[in-house]
Design a protein around this ligand. Structure first.
Ligand SMILES: Nc1ncnc2c1ncn2[C@@H]1O[C@H](COP(=O)(O)OP(=O)(O)O)[C@@H](O)[C@H]1O
Ligand SMILES: [Mg+2]
Length: 259
């Protein structure tokens, strides 16, 4: 399946417009991005830049109105288990336990029972939720719910994990911990991650490359490789240099247009 000459994701001139009350709103305009297997990409920008729209097109929830999005060279024409989405509000099934939430995908794809059991136990262990396997979502903290959401995507054999501001609803300490856990998981599994955030620091801490987006219409402004050794020290001068550069770039979008 994997072919070294074909990128796992290839976003070619992707545009998306929506009809809103009779007029057309351009959510995304001419986005180009090629992603290699195993890369950790952050999409960074203020709200309204088209970050979620781009992610939803890669997920197959929306179709592009211009250009095309390819996975392994094939047009993405709908959702599929190889691309799993993790949402800010978790999106767990409240009536299912942790174990059954994680097993839902493999079960609905008709995997054999013994295989489902092994897969579920492996991912429960991977995200450290063994003691909560029989708990329901409402019995879990936000951080734990997000671990279940990640495990659920992985149990479904996702190669690409799409994360839309996944840690946005968490307190700062839980968020930092999950950032570390996610990087650990990523480095152990070879997953490809597309992670949306509006937090500059989060993007620099996590990403191999940061894709800076800007609004009206939503578009990709620049793509920056983050050449800092991991685990990254958010208080280091080198980290600060990148933070200053990205901050200036993001704020330039709000500058008044010169007369
Ligand atoms: N389903 C939709 N219908 C109409 N407009 C939409 C829809 N989805 C997004 N938009 C518009 O497209 C733009 C980009 O939205 P979005 O992708 O959600 O941005 P972001 O995730 O960066 O905040 C916004 O102006 C938003 O209002
Ligand atoms: Mg969004």
């Amino acid at each position: 399946m994997a072919d070294a000459t074909v990128p796992i994701l290839d976003i070619r001139g992707v545009s998306k417009s929506f009809a809103v009350q009779g007029r057309s709103v351009q959510a995304l305009s001419g986005a180009n991005l090629t992603v290699a297997k195993g890369e950790f990409i952050c999409l960074l920008g203020a709200s309204g830049c088209g970050k979620s729209t781009l992610l939803r097109i890669v997920a197959g929830f929306e179709s592009a109105t211009g250009g095309e999005a390819l996975m392994w060279g094939k047009p993405i024409d709908g959702p599929g288990p190889s691309r799993g989405m993790v949402f800010q509000d978790y999106g767990l099934f409240p009536w299912l336990t942790v174990r059954d939430n994680i097993g839902f995908g493999p079960k609905s794809r008709g995997r054999p029972t013994a295989e489902i059991r092994d897969t579920v136990e492996r991912y429960i262990a991977l995200v450290g939720l063994q003691r909560f396997a029989d708990a329901y979502p409402h019995q879990l903290s936000g951080g734990m719910k997000q671990r279940v959401a990640i495990a659920r995507v992985l149990a479904n054999d996702a190669e690409v994990v799409l994360m839309d501001e996944p840690f946005g609803a968490l307190d700062a300490m839980t968020r930092e911990r999950l950032q570390d856990e996610l990087l650990d998981l990523w480095s152990r599994t070879g997953l490809t991650v597309l992670f949306v955030t509006h937090a500059i620091e989060e993007a620099i801490f996590l990403a191999d490359r940061v894709v800076v987006m800007s609004p009206s219409p939503g578009r990709i402004d620049a793509i920056h490789g983050i050449d800092l050794a991991r685990r990254r020290d958010v208080s280091s001068p080198a980290f600060n240099d990148v933070r200053r550069m990205l901050s200036a770039q993001l704020h330039s979008h709000h500058a008044p247009v010169a007369a």
